[in-house]
Design a protein around this ligand. Structure first.
Ligand code: BGC
Length: 739
């Protein structure tokens, strides 16, 4: 909508109408103004399928295809796949008259316990941001909007509507905002959804720093900001801070508050107008973009859901090449999830699935297997008869495949898990089966990592995450080798919960949770501490093998504003076609600030036939080397040497090289009398100045023992040779030379 049109409509709206446009008409619609031809906009959850509510029954939604959750799709590391997923969802939205799908959700997995981790992509902001951007571009290519959520720091479900996430600025920027920043800048989502919680004391829904200063002014966001459902605390403050739309309807209560506040001068009418303009813009996009005669092929989407899961699941262990299974062998499928898979999480993203394919159903097309449920998924009661039946079935087979996982009652939006364990009845079943059957494979259905006390007793381990409604068919595809596994972990699986960096501080005290681990989230922490993990970030196996070679950079030295090209060769050295995810990490060699050992700065997924080789390329800009300086309130690159690491996972670095980044290093603070000798020398003072200094500090050639002395000691240690004036002059000279 052009500016003039917007202003025209605005001028025809009464104050009451304007206020009323800033909240929903009901749960899923904005308000219409018939008189001026402003239509209602329909929004719907999201993010991994359409949950369009049946207007006749609040608790029901129309059937739709349930795709794998973000915990799974993140493991694909595949921008193209996420774009396609977005396209399909966008097209489904159009067929249902939905203008905005409420997703993707890009909050960082700070603790494995967060009940909503299944909806989130990763512990790494670059991966989360890149995949979210691709998903948004896909949906929006269909002229349907997205709502990237939950902005921001909604990293636990416990007290999510009141808790204050206490996060220092550097951590906020480097970890919790980056995924939003990347996606907003790259993909321009139509809308952003603010989170329920507070950030450093201020509710997200009335946080001007986040909603206006950072989102709009710094990142250039032009769309609409809506509240999470019920996230509004002080509506008037929210309008002033940049919250355009309150969802769902507040029954008019908060609209009246807005009117009162404008009348009494507490709220500027121009702030309200800005919010209304953003609502009008969204309504206009809806009006223009949604055709009415669009139909949809749900069966094709079911097949696509199967493909997405095949591209996402992660093969974690494959001793003696136990997988793929040989269909001539006698195989036992064990575990209730083989028959009733857990394929999605609970809460607002819950889909009324169009059709669910279990592994038991899918395997009928391949071979005959024996089956024993082994455990119940309704509680953690050990049923001895079920257990013994499963052990007998396993013993009589050549291979036992156990379909284990987290039942719904353990993991959902709205609450966090209490621990990182599978139900005890399942752990016991795996131990008992492994005792009688050396060829045991475990297949996991879960939204977040679990402890694996049996991991050394089984030969195979396949992580499905929550794989969508076709998960059973996808699992069979990979188990029997019709599809070659090609996912890698988008999060670390720690050995035990207490290894996790947030363990000491999660879930906070009273109404605050302090993010005291700072930037050391996920692998950034495990790498720094050198802690053994069960499976590292970025890890995953294939039925083929890959060899990396010929790492090259186009410059050995670049200016911080330059761009660096990195290439390497990857060859498929096995006998099957397969896909490999190549990861690029950057390591700062001699940083003056505390930094992680390495950080992911690029990833590419490629497909290779047996024997085939391809060149993989990455382009790095200054941000790949930068950290956020609280002092400068900006991203800062330090002058120095950086290592470019190419890995098959965060722990398996295959190739490396170094590059020198030249930077004016704005990070340097001006010297004062309390700066140290070391800091002084780092400014490369002239020979003449050095000469003066050497007379005071004869050890200057080898300053190891004296580099921490403050410059002011030059006065006291020089027996009157150096005066205050002389020292000030020296310092001024160095400061002016450097700056
Ligand atoms: C969730 C959002 C969701 C909204 C609408 C909220 O409880 O946090 O993610 O989009 O409900 O269902």
């Amino acid at each position: 909508m052009n500016e003039q049109k917007k202003k025209e409509i605005l001028s025809q709206l009464t104050l009451e109408e304007k206020a009323s446009l800033c909240s929903g008409a009901d749960f899923w619609h904005t308000k219409e103004v018939k008189r001026l031809g402003i239509p209602a906009v329909t929004v719907s959850d999201g993010p991994h399928g359409l949950r369009q509510e049946d207007p006749k029954d609040h608790n029901k939604s129309y059937p739709a295809v349930c795709f794998p959750s973000a915990c799974a799709t993140a493991c694909s590391f595949d921008r193209h796949l996420l774009f396609e997923l977005g396209e399909v969802l966008g097209s489904e939205c159009r067929s249902q008259g939905v203008s905005v799908i409420l997703g993707p959700a890009v909050n960082i997995k700070r603790t494995p316990l967060c009940g909503r981790n299944f909806e989130y992509f990763s512990e790494d902001p670059l991966l989360a941001g890149e995949l979210a951007a691709a998903y948004i571009q896909g949906v929006q290519s269909q002229k349907v909007g997205t709502s990237i959520k939950h902005f921001c720091a909604n990293n636990q479900e416990e007290r999510r509507m009141t808790v204050s996430a206490e996060v220092d600025e550097r951590t906020l920027r480097e970890i919790y905002l980056t995924a939003f920043e990347l996606a907003v800048k790259k993909a321009k989502p139509w809308t952003v959804m603010c989170s329920y919680n507070r950030i450093n004391g201020e509710y997200a829904s009335e946080n001007k720093k986040l909603l206006t200063d950072i989102l709009r002014k710094e990142w250039g966001f032009k769309g609409l900001v809506m509240s999470d459902w019920g996230a509004v605390n002080d509506r008037v403050k929210g309008v002033a801070a940049g919250l355009d739309l309150e969802m769902p309807s507040s029954g008019g209560v908060n609209d009246s508050e807005i009117v009162r506040a404008v009348r009494s001068g507490v709220l500027k009418e121009s702030d309200l107008d800005q919010a209304v303009e953003n609502v009008l813009e969204l309504a206009d996009r809806h009006l223009v973009q949604v055709p009415e005669d669009h139909c949809h092929d749900w069966d094709a989407d079911h097949e696509f859901a199967r493909q997405v899961e095949c591209e996402s699941m992660v093969l974690l262990k494959n001793e003696d090449e136990i997988l793929p299974l040989n269909r001539q062998d006698k195989i036992a499928f064990i575990g209730k999830f083989a028959e009733t898979p857990r394929y999605q999480g609970g809460g607002s993203s819950h889909i009324n699935a169009y059709r669910v394919t279990s592994a038991m159903e899918a395997v009928q097309q391949v071979t005959e297997v024996t089956y024993a449920p082994g455990f119940s998924i309704d509680d953690d009661q050990q049923d001895e008869a079920l257990l013994q039946e499963a052990v007998r079935a396993a013993a009589q087979a050549k291979v036992a495949v156990i379909f284990a996982g987290l039942p719904e009652y353990i993991e959902s939006e709205g609450f966090d898990r209490k621990d990182m364990k599978l139900p005890e009845c399942q752990n016991r079943l795996i131990h008992e089966v492994a005792k009688v059957q050396p060829n045991t494979v475990v297949v996991l259905h879960n939204g977040a990592p679990v402890e694996m006390p049996w991991v050394n007793e089984v030969k195979g381990l396949l992580e499905l995450y929550l794989g969508g409604e076709a998960v059973g068919a996808a699992a069979v595809d990979v188990l029997f080798g019709f599809s070659n596994p090609c996912g890698k972990l988008a999060e670390t699986i720690p050995v035990k919960l207490s290894d996790n960096p947030s363990y000491l501080f999660y879930s906070g005290e009273g109404d605050t949770v302090e993010y005291r681990e700072g930037i050391f989230v996920g692998y950034r922490y495990y790498e720094k501490k050198g802690i053994p993990v069960q499976f590292p970030f970025g890890y995953g196996l294939s039925y083929t093998t890959f060899q990396y070679s010929d790492l090259e950079v186009n410059h050995s030295e670049i200016n911080e504003n330059g761009s660096l090209s990195v290439t390497l060769k990857v060859r498929n050295t096995g006998k099957r076609a397969g896909k490999e995810i190549v990861q690029l990490y950057v390591k700062d060699h001699q940083s003056a600030v505390i930094r992680p050992v390495k950080e992911l700065k690029g990833f590419e997924k490629i497909e290779l036939n047996p024997g085939e080789a391809k060149i993989v390329g990455f382009q790095l800009d200054r941000r790949a080397f930068a950290y956020y300086s609280e002092e400068l309130q900006d991203w800062c690159v330090q002058d120095g040497t950086y290592e470019i690491l190419i890995g098959k996972s965060s722990r398996d670095i295959e190739l490396s090289t170094t590059v020198r980044i030249k930077s004016a290093s704005k990070a340097r603070r001006p010297l004062t009398v309390n700066s140290t000798l070391g800091e002084f020398l780092a400014c490369h003072p002239s020979e003449e100045i050095l000469g003066t200094l050497k007379r005071i500090f004869p050890n200057l050639e080898d300053p190891t023992g004296i580099r921490d002395l403050p410059l002011r000691t030059a006065i006291s240690f020089s027996n009157g040779l150096v005066t205050h004036e002389m020292l000030s002059k020296l310092i001024n000279q160095v400061n002016s030379n450097v700056n």
